[in-house]
Design a protein around this ligand. Structure first.
Ligand code: IPM
Ligand code: MG
Length: 360
């Protein structure tokens, strides 16, 4: 069956990096019989400029109808003065919640060729391979009540609510154990159970679900300690599972261990493995339009899409190998360049991956 992919380039470098990912998808279609149909949609600031909404109805209809979604990046200084309700980020959060994409997979993988790019010592990070699983549609990001009110004394007070129901914790916990079963069989659940009741419940439910997976080792860690352990000895982790806000923070930290946030893809999945795939990095308005952005995280997002939504591990492996090959050839976009490497443009990097794919 032909797969329908909704393509949402978004803002900043989004369109440039998405172009390279499309080359890769088209190469799979032309050379490996991957039956696919692509349709573009607007999201983020560019959607706001054209329609007045960061997530127009037309885009919602497109993504609901698609088998999977490929997103570039959203946001930029141009839209920062806008009201919170129409900011580009609302487009992203709206997609997550409207499609119920509750399971956010953020791998932090260090490529041997890029070891020098990490700010940590090579022996601390070499061989690093962590999967952060972030709950994406609940917690303090979506909890009610929320807002800013004015108290009787005239002072303003801001408030948000951290809330998780058992079922929300249970389903993400299952994802964590199932992912760990295909990796190194260790899950570390991150909470703040010493202070926050909501996360004490989180810990209880994860422990309960863990009993169904006796061959997976489960540990628990407070979030402050987890942040410290990530920079002290990151290789102790296999799968880390946590709530929305802790996952936001820890995944940036984990990404930086690899030295190149521009290399890392992500997947956001619903209960039926329909997913939205995007690079972890942002829209990088400072370099947009210059043709120097790194397209590899977006290309690797296509690989994750094939693996997690389309059950095409063979094709996913081909992409991963083609990326590896381009790096081994010494090709680098400016963000990951070092001595003895050749700095290439966004499209040259995309072309190198495509040519590696054609030869595989
Ligand atoms: C992320 C980003 C988003 C988040 C922003 C852009 C809303 O930081 O995907 O990690 O906080 O979830
Ligand atoms: Mg973030």
């Amino acid at each position: 069956m032909t797969k329908k992919i909704a393509v949402l380039p978004g803002d900043g470098i989004g369109p440039e990096i998405i172009n390279e990912a499309i080359k890769v998808i088209e190469c799979l279609r032309d050379n490996y019989g991957f039956a696919v149909e692509l349709e573009n949609g607007l999201v983020g600031g560019s959607a706001y400029d054209e329609t007045g909404s960061p997530l127009p109805e037309q885009t919602l209809a497109l993504v609901r109808d698609a088998d999977s979604i490929l997103l570039g990046a959203v946001g930029g200084p141009k839209w920062e003065p806008l009201d919170y309700s129409v900011r580009p980020e609302r487009g992203l959060l709206g997609l997550r919640s409207e499609l119920n994409l509750y399971a956010n997979l953020r791998p932090a993988l260090l490529y041997p060729e890029l070891e020098a790019a990490s700010t940590l010592k090579p022996e601390v990070v070499s061989g690093l391979d962590i999967m952060i699983l972030r709950e994406l549609t609940g917690g303090i990001y979506f909890g009610e009540p929320r807002g800013v009110k004015t108290l009787e004394n005239g002072e303003r007070q801001g408030f948000n609510t951290l809330v998780y129901s058992e079922s929300e914790v249970r389903r993400i916990a299952h994802n964590a154990f199932q992912i760990a079963a295909k990796r190194n069989r260790r899950v570390c659940s991150v909470d703040k159970a010493n202070v926050l009741e909501c996360t004490e419940l989180w810990r209880d439910v994860v422990t309960e679900v863990g009993k169904e997976y006796p061959d997976i080792e489960l540990s628990h860690m407070y979030v402050d300690n987890a942040a410290m352990q990530l920079v002290r000895n990151p290789k102790q982790f296999d799968v880390m599972v946590t709530g929305n806000m802790f996952g936001d923070i820890l995944s940036d930290c984990a990404a930086m261990l690899t030295g190149s946030i521009s290399m890392l893809p992500s997947a956001s999945l619903d209960e039926n493995s329909k997913g939205m795939y995007e690079p972890i990095h942002g829209s990088a308005p400072d370099i947009s339009g210059k043709g120097i952005a790194n397209p590899l995280a977006t290309i690797l997002s296509v690989s994750m899409m094939l693996r997690y939504s389309f059950d095409e591990a063979g094709l996913a492996n081909r992409i991963d190998q083609a990326v590896d090959k381009a790096l081994k050839q010494g090709l680098r976009t400016a963000d990951i360049a070092s001595d003895n490497t050749r700095t290439v443009s966004t499209s040259e990097m995309g072309d190198a991956v495509v040519s590696g794919l054609q030869q595989s």
